[in-house]
Design a protein around this ligand. Structure first.
Ligand SMILES: *Cc1c(COP(=O)(O)O)cnc(C)c1O
Length: 399
């Protein structure tokens, strides 16, 4: 019998679970947008956002999803015909590259496949070959949400420095910010973009572009930027109305204020550590299910290359889709579908699925979700190795 009634759990890699405090903060009448509390609230929020990205730089807030932040970040540092280099480790790298192409940029892609992450030596080679320093920027996904690869920004910064290349280093942190350890300034990232609906636990609709002084200089060299995407008025918040390029997204801001309080009350480093431990519990279960000829495989074999916010998995044949259907219909858990994993034998990528484990998530949610996956595999008749749940419990017990 279906056992899905009760509190649902959206375990997709964004939007993530929204805390009740965020939803409650949004439930209020329309405020005046020209003066009063909201102006002070936003001014206070800017430093709290920068504490999440770990930067002394500036932040532009857009009423847009992550795609908007992708476009905004590029529109401010490059114009038609300018060259950018994109390091691709899955669907989202292709997406940012496509955005750049749409803006008329001259895009070179370095494709690192779907399992290994970015090879900094190959990046350095490409940068050294660019003797005229044509590339304005190097783009990469901190976490590629399709493959669940985690790309460490530090070796990429080192590659730029070793090649003596002045390109900006631009990170897509949409899936990773407030989940994965990230130090924008200390790691030499010039521009970091993120959205509201993943680690920040707010409904989709806001996105953020963090910029350092070098990025601000690059903006000055661009002759014309579309008025809406231009970050200049947004990062210099003297005029509140300009800050959002028009009417402020009032209720998203109320939600964001509550989310930032939750994050900073826990402490951003504790938030990162929680994501690490919960991921290890998930990996322990998945590894056990794969033993004894079990069908389950994590896409990323190397632990140091795995995201702590999302896990992409293969279950073979159509079983990824079947498992998603079973847990949604029978247990109130919604898993993510496989993205960018299609093959000739599996044109829809139905053998794959993803677990989102980002944001407002704790041990009992993870253990419950894992128990539900095991029930689902039993119900649809997928062979899986034993002792997965006790392996996960052991990780949680060790803390
Ligand atoms: C979710 C995501 C995006 C796209 O964000 P939207 O809000 O859907 O536009 C881009 N990059 C990464 C890494 C993501 O996880």
């Amino acid at each position: 019998m279906p056992l899905a009634a009760g509190r649902p759990y959206l375990a997709i890699p964004g939007p993530s679970v929204m805390p009740d405090a965020v939803l409650q903060a949004m439930h209020q009448p329309a405020p005046n947008i020209y003066e009063g509390d909201i102006v002070a609230m936003v001014q206070g929020m800017v430093p709290d956002l920068k504490r999440v990205a770990r930067t002394e730089g500036k932040v532009a807030i857009y009423i847009a999803n992550g795609h908007g932040a992708w476009e905004a970040s590029l529109a401010n540092i490059a114009s038609t015909g300018d060259k950018v280099l994109v390091c691709v480790t899955g669907r989202f790298g292709h997406g940012w590259a496509d955005m750049a192409e749409g803006l008329g940029l001259d895009v070179t892609k370095l494709d690192f496949g779907t399992k290994e992450g970015i090879d900094a030596a190959r990046l350095e080679e490409a940068l050294r070959a660019d003797t005229g320093h044509g590339y304005k920027a190097v783009l990469f996904s901190h976490v590629d949400t399709a493959t669940s690869l985690l790309n460490d920004p530090r070796p990429l910064r080192a590659a730029l420095d070793a090649a003596g290349h002045p390109a900006l280093l631009m990170a897509d942190c949409i899936a990773s910010m407030a989940c994965e350890e990230f130090e924008m300034d200390a790691w030499g990232v010039d521009i970091a973009v993120t959205g509201s609906q993943k680690g920040l636990m707010v409904p989709p609709g806001l996105s953020f572009v963090f910029v350092n002084a070098k990025a601000e200089e690059a903006r000055k060299a661009v002759p014309r930027v579309s008025r809406y995407w231009d970050w200049t008025p947004r990062i210099n918040p003297e005029f509140f109305y300009n800050f959002f390029g028009g009417t402020a997204p009032t209720h998203h801001l109320f939600g964001l204020r509550a989310a930032l309080d939750i994050l900073h009350d826990e402490g951003i480093e504790t938030v990162w550590a929680r994501h690490v431990t919960l991921s290890r519990a998930i990996w322990a279960a998945c590894e056990a299910w794969g033993e004894d000829n079990g069908a389950l495989r994590m896409n990323v074999a190397n632990r140091t290359l795995r995201s702590h916010a999302v896990t992409a998995l293969g279950l073979g044949e159509r079983n990824g889709a079947a498992l998603r259907r079973w847990v949604a219909d029978n247990a109130g858990v919604t898993l993510g579908l496989g993205l960018g994993m299609a093959t000739k034998e599996d044109p829809n990528g139905d053998g794959f699925f993803r677990i989102g484990h980002m944001g407002h998530l704790n041990a009992h949610m993870v253990l419950g979700m894992l128990g539900t996956l095991e029930a689902g595999m039993q119900a649809i008749g997928v062979h899986h190795g034993p002792n997965a749940l006790s392996a996960a419990a052991e990780v949680i017990a060790a803390g």
